[in-house]
Design a protein around this ligand. Structure first.
Ligand code: OGA
Ligand code: MN
Length: 201
């Protein structure tokens, strides 16, 4: 049970405290390096299958220029991250009664010059995303390569979060955020913990 042992190395109390106080939390050195390298390898091997994230149902959006690939058990290494997040969700549910029932995730690749403008992952509760989880898996990242996650916390304060290799950033899906222009190829998995509640229109 590799997922369980990873969770044991996360400081769950600190993560829950930060989520509660600020609406976001960071986990540095999230995974053992052998897993990090394996999942980055799986991402890179599949890059030619990634699609323009801006095109959804034939409609082209101008707010993002990254490329994505949805993860299922056909991408077995990345799928283990989903299994880890399912277990982590149980702890979130116990602490905050969030009612998370499902995890969805995609790889994302921002090539040099690509970005994702200011947005929320769950605007006006229009979908059932409760918590967003971004895991940065590029082999290397340097401070002057851009690509930061700029996030407004639940008190309205802005934070600039570097996409450090092997870092996980978690935040409430209703918070405003953006991905600043990347100057090098930036690789990640974005996941959403969902409560599957019916959407009220
Ligand atoms: C997203 C997103 C942030 C990041 O995929 O919706 O905002 O740092 N990602 O990649
Ligand atoms: Mn987002």
């Amino acid at each position: 049970m590799q997922q369980l042992s990873v969770l044991n190395s996360w400081n769950i109390d600190d993560i829950l405290d930060d989520l509660n106080l600020y609406g976001f939390a960071l986990i540095d050195d999230a995974y053992p390096l052998d897993y990090l390298h394996a999942v980055a390898g799986e991402c890179i091997e599949n890059l030619q299958r990634f699609r323009d994230a801006a095109i959804q149902n034939g409609v082209v959006s101008k707010i993002r220029s990254d490329h994505i690939l949805w993860i299922n058990d056909q991408l077995p290494i990345a799928h283990q991250h989903i299994l880890t997040l399912e277990q982590f969700s149980q702890q979130l549910n116990r602490a905050f009664f969030l009612g998370i029932k499902d995890v969805e995730a995609h790889f994302a690749c921002y090539n040099a010059g690509e970005f994702y403008a200011l947005h929320r992952d769950n605007p006006q509760q229009k979908n059932d995303r409760v918590i967003s989880v971004v895991f940065y898996l590029h082999p290397d990242w340097q401070d002057d390569w851009g690509g930061e996650l700029r996030l407004q916390d639940k008190h309205g304060n802005w934070h600039i979060i570097a996409p450090k290799t092997n870092r996980i950033a978690l935040f409430q899906s209703d918070l405003l955020h953006e991905v600043l222009l990347a100057k090098q190829q930036r690789l990640s998995i974005t996941a959403w913990l969902r409560n599957n509640n019916p959407i009220l229109n």
